[in-house]
Design a protein around this ligand. Structure first.
Ligand code: SF4
Length: 162
């Protein structure tokens, strides 16, 4: 089968809301409307790890970026990103297009707004060391599965190349 050779990188919880801090889940399983759009466009997915889940567990409390910003947590993020970096570089070597990274706005770990989350800071640093620059987009902080979010979806469609 002919491959489209297009891939998007997603924050872990876009595909799995079970990983988020308890009061903050915004869908029952995944951000289905976002995933459906990506699948309809026949775009492949690389799922980033969820460092908060691995660091403090499923039952962790909500915390700020300042609280997460410890050498130990940064080390974990760096280590977890090695696998993702290897995948990106292998796909790029073989002519695949990495469309960009879809993060989670205002997350202490996965935000791609001006104030980046800890994982995204480490990710950008690893990408920059590898001389890779990728487009960035974030799921809005008020995203709730089942609601329209027209502006966000218009931006997402453009991000996916429509
Ligand atoms: S750390 Fe990132 S992937 Fe994990 S729940 Fe928070 S925003 Fe989602």
């Amino acid at each position: 089968m002919h491959r489209k050779k297009k891939i998007i990188i997603l924050s872990h919880c876009i595909l799995n809301q079970n990983s988020v801090v308890h009061p903050l889940a915004r869908a029952k399983g995944a951000y289905t409307a976002i995933i459906e759009k990506i699948l309809q466009e026949e775009i492949g997915i690389i799922q980033l790890p969820c460092p908060e889940l691995l660091h403090l567990g499923e039952n962790r409390p909500p915390m700020t970026k300042k609280e997460y910003d410890t050498p130990e947590f940064r080390r974990l993020c760096k280590t977890l990103l090695q696998n993702t970096m290897m995948q990106i570089q292998e796909y790029q070597r073989n002519g695949y297009e990495i469309l960009g990274i879809l993060g989670i706005n205002e997350s202490p770990t996965c935000s791609l707004l001006e104030e980046r989350g800890v994982l995204m800071e480490e990710f950008e640093s690893a990408l920059s060391n590898a001389k890779i620059k990728l487009p960035l987009l974030g799921v809005p902080a008020d995203y709730l599965e089942g609601e329209a979010h027209e502006n966000f979806f218009t931006t997402l469609y453009a991000f996916l190349g429509n």
